[in-house]
Design a binder for this molecule. Structure first.
Ligand SMILES: [Zn+2]
Length: 307
């Protein structure tokens, strides 16, 4: 068998504009037998760094390097990617809360159904790549159903707690596909380093599951947390941070000031955001002053008490 790299399209339907709604899937068939591994990114359209990590990985890979089959969808929600938004602009839905989707539902539900039915076919392993979006930087991986797979990524924190309903990874876990969700980068400030770290982690994960040859790198001990607090402000405006992205992955004492929301016009302080746990692990934060709305993701903090 000769290895090949082809692109096929998951067709969803025709948009009002007349353009097709469809998702590109790269298929790289190796020259030797091995596992079928899926990699996907930009289920949330503002998560761009993982797309570049995928581009770099595929540029380096030759089918001759591969045992098995790699299926890769760099942009699962092209409409949200187009507008650089987390949700699909046409129906305001969050694709990663509507899986497995609905063939007769909203646009986003139809997209989700078509992608599940196609992409999860025959997968042994799923690597689902996320990031912090346009404004926030994040650094952790989920433990879904294979802790050793999660540990192949070089991140200081693994999260073992409950996930959200309707995620793509939950569909994969239901099908007994070995699954990891990574959350690396976003917010632009350190994205070059995060992209390099994502590529490094992807190659390590692919060695771990036997798709690539070579020894698995041990990136050292990680903190495993069972509880993450998503901190959403009660006022919008400008979020002025007190902790920088160099602090991600480290712990601060409970009550430490993380940032202040100020009225963007009057400049008066509206809300102080403080570390919620006695030992608070910084998982997601914003490295510079950014516009924020009521209820947006401001911080994600891990409970480091039993980590
Ligand atoms: Zn995401």
């Amino acid at each position: 068998m000769t290895g090949t790299h082809t692109i096929r399209w998951v067709e969803v339907g025709t948009l009002a504009s007349g353009l097709p709604l469809r998702i590109a899937v790269h298929e790289i068939n190796g020259e030797r037998a091995g596992p079928t591994v899926g990699i996907c990114a930009s289920i949330h359209g503002d998560e761009v760094a993982p797309v570049e990590a995928i581009r770099r990985l595929l540029a380096e890979l030759s089918p001759a390097d591969i045992a098995g089959r790699l299926v890769v969808a760099p942009v699962v929600n092209p409409l949200a990617f187009q507008t650089h938004t987390r949700h699909t602009p046409q129906d305001m839905q969050n694709l990663n809360r509507v899986f497995p989707g609905d063939a007769d539902g909203w646009l986003t539900e139809q997209l989700g159904r078509a992608f599940v039915d196609d992409f999860l076919q025959d997968l042994d392993v799923l690597l689902d790549l996320h990031a912090g979006g346009a404004l926030a930087t994040v650094d952790y991986a989920y433990i879904e159903n294979d802790e050793a797979l999660s540990a192949t990524f070089n991140t200081p924190i693994l999260y073992r707690g409950p996930g959200y309903e309707g995620t793509f990874s939950a569909e994969a876990v239901k099908r007994d596909i070995r699954t990891v969700v990574t959350e690396f980068g976003g917010g632009l400030i350190a994205d070059v380093a995060y992209i390099e770290r994502t590529v490094e982690g992807l190659r390590n994960a692919l060695r771990h599951v036997g798709l690539l040859d070579g020894d698995v790198v041990d990136f050292g001990p990680k903190e495993i947390v069972d509880e993450l607090a998503v901190i959403r402000p009660h006022h919008g405006g400008l979020l002025v941070p007190e902790v920088g992205i160099d602090m991600i992955g480290t712990a601060v004492a409970g009550g430490t000031l993380l940032g202040t929301v100020v009225n963007a016009q009057t400049l008066e302080p509206l809300e102080e955001i403080r570390a919620p746990f006695d030992r608070s692990l910084l998982v997601l934060l914003r490295g510079v002053a950014t516009r924020i709305e009521i209820g947006d993701y401001a911080y994600i903090i891990g409970n480091g008490a039993d980590a």
